[in-house]
Design a protein around this ligand. Structure first.
Ligand SMILES: Cc1cc2nc3c(=O)[nH]c(=O)nc-3n(C[C@H](O)[C@H](O)[C@H](O)COP(=O)(O)OP(=O)(O)OC[C@H]3O[C@@H](n4cnc5c(N)ncnc54)[C@H](O)[C@@H]3O)c2cc1C
Length: 339
C-alpha cells in the first residue's frame, strides 16, 4: 500500500491506490486546508517533496490555478484533484498555511432572508457591503464557518444572476453532522458573516452560441439557476435543455421557479426526474438524470451543444461517460463537483 506523508505536521498514513487524496488528507489529519475541492480556488496547493510522478499529469484546470497563484508546476500540486497513485508521496508545507490567518479577499455580508425550500434545503439571501462585487454566472463563495472545532471554509454556489450587484443568494442542503451546511441553516436575517469570493471557472460561456444542456442533482441546481436567470436577463435565444434530478417527492424544490422561467424563456425545456419516486404520487420521469440523457440527447447534439453539469461526483462521472459515448468532446463538458 502506498504511504502518504505530511511533512509539516509529521504525519503518515497508508492509503489505497485510487483513493481520493482529499479523503486521505482528512483521515490522516494531514493539515492541508481545502475549500472548493474542485481545483479552482488553490487553497490546497502544496509542494510535493517526493513522489510527484505517481500523482499523474497536471490537468489544464490545475495548471491554470497554480499559474494564477504564481506557483511552480514542477513542484506544486492540488491534492483536491488527485488520486493516490502506485507509490509513496510526501507533501510539504501547504502554500496557504503561512497566510491562514490573513484571510485575503475576505469581506462581510449580512443575511437578508432565510427561506426553507423543503425539509432539508434552504435559500438564503445576502446583502453585500462592497461596491465592486461582481460574480459571473456559475461562480461560488467561500464561507468561513466560525463555530466548528477548527476554522473550516465551505463553498456555496451563487444561485442568482450578476445583474444584482448588491445581493447574492445560495441554496444549501443540510448534511447530517456537517458543520458548514448546518451553520448556514442556523443563520437568520441581520447576522453578519465573513465570506470570500466569488471564485470558480464553472461559468457560462457567453461568447458561445451553441445549444446548452444543463444537468443538476440536488442543490447542484444553484449555479445552473444563476446561469438560466442570466440567459433570461440577456434575452438569449440559445436553446436550453435542463435535466434536474432529485430522489423523492419530498425533495422537490424550485418547481414553481422553473415553470416561471420556462414561461418567460421559450427556448428552455426542462425535465425533473425522481430516482426513488412513489408511482402513486409522481407522474413525471422516474430514474436518474443519465436516463434523461439517453432519452433526450443524441449524437447529433455533440456537434452543436455544450454541457454544464453540477452535483455529486457519481452523477458527474456517469453523465460525463454517457455524453462522451455520444461523441461530446471533453472541452464541451463543464462541471462543478460539490462532494
Ligand atoms: C465549488 C462548490 C460549490 C458548492 N456549492 C454548494 C451549494 O450551492 N449548495 C450546497 O448545498 N452545497 C454546495 N457545496 C457543498 C458544500 O461546500 C459542503 O461540502 C456541504 O455543505 C457539506 O459541508 P458540511 O460542512 O455541512 O459537511 P462536512 O462536515 O464537510 O461533511 C459531513 C459528511 O457529509 C458528506 N457530504 C459532504 N457534502 C455532502 C453533500 N452535499 N451531500 C451528501 N453528503 C455530503 C461528507 O463526505 C461527510 O461524510 C459546494 C461544494 C463546492 C466544492
Amino acid at each position: 500500500m502506498p504511504k502518504i506523508s505530511f511533512q509539516h505536521v509529521d504525519k503518515s498514513i497508508e492509503a489505497d491506490e485510487g483513493e481520493w487524496m482529499y479523503e486521505v488528507v482528512e483521515r490522516a489529519e494531514g493539515g492541508i486546508p481545502f475549500a472548493c475541492k474542485a481545483g479552482a480556488c488553490g487553497t490546497c496547493a502544496t509542494p510535493v517533496v517526493e513522489g510527484i510522478d505517481s500523482l499523474g499529469k497536471v490537468s489544464a484546470r490545475e495548471a491554470r490555478t497554480l499559474t494564477e497563484l504564481g506557483l511552480d508546476l514542477d513542484t506544486y500540486r492540488l491534492p483536491c484533484l488527485k488520486d493516490v497513485g502506485a507509490s509513496d508521496v510526501v507533501w510539504g508545507r501547504p502554500h496557504s498555511a503561512a497566510d491562514a490567518d490573513t484571510e485575503l479577499g475576505t469581506h462581510e455580508v449580512v443575511v437578508e432572508s432565510y427561506r426553507p425550500l423543503n425539509l432539508t434545503v434552504a435559500e438564503l439571501r445576502f446583502f453585500v457591503d462592497k461596491a465592486d462585487f461582481h460574480a459571473r454566472p456559475g461562480q461560488y463563495m467561500i464561507f468561513h464557518i466560525p463555530d466548528a472545532p477548527r476554522t473550516v471554509r465551505r463553498s456555496y454556489s451563487i444561485s442568482t444572476p450578476p445583474s444584482d450587484t448588491r445581493h447574492f443568494e445560495i441554496c444549501v442542503r443540510a448534511v447530517a453532522g456537517g458543520y458548514g451546511s448546518n451553520y448556514v441553516h442556523r443563520l437568520r436575517p441581520g447576522e453578519r458573516l465573513a465570506v470570500e469570493g466569488p471564485y470558480g471557472d464553472f461559468v457560462l460561456d457567453e461568447a458561445s452560441e451553441r445549444d446548452i444542456i444543463m444537468i443538476a442533482t440536488g442543490t447542484g441546481i444553484a449555479p445552473i439557476k444563476a446561469m438560466l436567470m442570466h440567459l433570461l436577463d440577456k434575452r438569449s435565444k440559445r436553446r436550453v435543455r435542463l435535466f434536474f434530478g432529485l430522489r423523492h417527492e419530498t425533495d422537490l424544490f424550485y418547481t414553481d421557479l422553473l415553470r416561471g422561467l420556462a414561461a418567460h424563456y421559450p427556448a428552455l425545456e426542462y425535465w425533473i426526474t425522481l430516482s426513488q419516486a412513489d408511482p402513486a404520487r409522481w407522474a413525471g420521469p422516474r430514474g436518474r438524470v443519465t436516463d434523461l440523457i439517453d432519452t433526450h440527447v443524441s449524437a447529433a447534439d455533440a456537434a452543436t451543444s455544450e454541457v454544464y453539469l453540477c452535483g455529486g461526483r457519481p452523477m458527474i462521472e456517469s453523465s460525463t461517460a454517457a455524453l462522451r459515448a455520444l461523441g461530446f468532446s471533453a472541452d464541451t463538458i463543464h462541471y462543478e463537483r460539490f462532494f
